[in-house]
Design a protein around this ligand. Structure first.
Ligand code: HPA
Length: 268
């Protein structure tokens, strides 16, 4: 299936040879619309590609030019809480590997575990904690793609992070740095979980990204990750959390994050 997905995408790439893939999270889809001379492939047109089902997530690949580079962008991501298997995430990341992708930029929306990172904060992901309850590499391992026991000591590439921090400073964009903890969702956390995750050493919590990053590291890709804080975790402020609020906050910070991601693509 990996080869089949790669072949279907390759057949539509034309002269494009992207080395950088971008996965856009909730509310950050606008970056996909900025890609020039795009080849647009809805996931539904790729046999074997998982389908995205969440509102605010479009579900298509956009291949084209951005900041003078060829890029492959996923506008709309695949979440475990939709019922997708973790292994299905590995399948399309491995297809990207076959297409020659070497860098993966991931963005997501998250809930904050500390009032020091309020809604609207853009956080560079330094590391993650996988509490999703699964791992996308469970199953037989094909050594042609990557090792059985991948090293995760530099999952979010240190040099790329240093570069991103430098570029954020140049662009006058305020950028925090911290640890992303993944839960499967779809429930938001209880107040006790928010307290527990903070004690574990995480700064924000979300329902995505970790599977893609694990698969990308396994594939030998360099990863750069950004998280937009869209709400304070449950119990850190009065009232309930809702998906509409999440999308609104992501929208506000997205203009800055889009600018930063574009700069990173240009300079990487
Ligand atoms: N928790 C988990 N995932 C999220 C949140 C949250 O508070 N906000 C956006 N994604």
């Amino acid at each position: 299936m990996i080869e089949k997905i790669a072949a279907q995408i390759k057949a539509r790439l034309g002269a494009y040879a992207p080395e950088t893939a971008i996965i856009l999270g909730s509310g950050l889809g606008a970056l996909g619309d900025q890609i020039e001379n795009p080849v647009i492939i809805p996931y539904g047109e790729i046999e074997g590609f998982p389908q995205s089902t969440v509102s605010g997530h479009k579900g298509r690949l956009i291949i084209g030019r951005l900041e003078g580079k060829d890029v492959l962008c996923m506008q709309g991501r695949i979440h475990l809480y939709e019922g997708h298997s973790p292994q299905s995430i590995n399948t399309f990341i491995k297809a990207f590997q076959l297409l020659g992708i070497q860098n993966l930029i991931v963005t997501n929306a998250s809930g904050s575990l500390t009032t020091d990172l309020p809604a609207g904060t853009i956080m560079l992901i330094k590391d993650h904690i996988n509490l999703s309850g699964s791992n996308p590499l469970i199953g037989p391992n094909d050594e042609a793609y990557g090792p059985r026991f991948p090293d995760m000591s530099n999952a979010y590439d240190k040099e790329l992070r240093a570069k991103a921090k430098e570029l954020a400073k140049q662009e006058n964009i305020s950028l925090a740095e911290g640890v992303y903890l993944m839960v499967s969702g779809p429930t938001f956390e209880t107040p006790s979980e928010v307290r527990a995750f903070r004690i574990l050493g995480a700064d924000v919590v979300g329902m995505s990204t970790v599977p893609e990053v694990i698969c990308a590291v396994h594939s030998g890709m360099k990863v750069l990750g950004f998280s937009v804080v869209v709400n304070l975790g449950c119990g850190l402020k009065e009232g309930a959390i809702n998906h509409a609020e999440t999308l609104r906050e992501a929208d506000k910070a997205s203009a800055n994050l889009i600018k930063l991601v574009r700069t990173c693509i240009r300079e990487i």
